[in-house]
Design a binder for this molecule. Sequence first.
Ligand SMILES: Cc1ncc(C[n+]2csc(CCOP(=O)(O)OP(=O)(O)O)c2C)c(N)n1
Length: 194
Amino acid sequence: MINQGDFFAVLNKHRADAIVAPTMQASIPWQEASDRTELDFPVNNVMGKASSVGLGVALALPHTKVIVLDGDGSLEMNLGSMITIAGKQPKNLCHIVMQNGIYGMTGGQPIPAAERVSFATIAKGAGYAATYEFDDLEDLATRLGEALGHAGPVFITVRVAPKPRTAASRGGKPSAKVRSTGAAIAAFRQRFAK
Ligand SMILES: Cc1ncc(C[n+]2csc(CCOP(=O)(O)OP(=O)(O)O)c2C)c(N)n1
């Protein structure tokens, strides 16, 4: 199992010019870890929709890599998006699920089939171009670059340690570089306006 912060450090090194779309419990910590927050597109509140939003951005910007950082509970809520993504075959989309087995943000309730479900197998069956699974930090650090470089749609499972949100773990105010979804949409409109 991988610590989410360690995963983010590795991803930050490999993301290059990719747009990264984090959701749920990952949204703030990813942006705090990110060196390119101007390219981050947090998908907050709309549970399950990060993969759909990521697909839309990938189709709109076919020459820009888009990396979705999905939650496992969120993905289960919008599992059909995997088939929509496979149907469209966006070469520039990488869909990552952080499998922690829980609805972390709402306190750690177990997701359905937490111990059984293989999202990578579902992705294969849907027709993603490639799938990867990481459960070990060294393996992740060695092969994430290859996975991100593969023509998409790529699906990656990262097994991350569950850290349910509690009153105590909420922490203080996020730093100024952390954006809301609304602020990111406004900034993206300007940046990518045709
Ligand atoms: C439609 C809908 N139902 C429920 C919620 C409440 N909710 C917010 S976050 C969350 C859990 C998300 O779990 P997961 O996707 O696994 O991400 P994690 O919190 O573990 O990062 C829930 C149930 C919501 N935002 N929207």
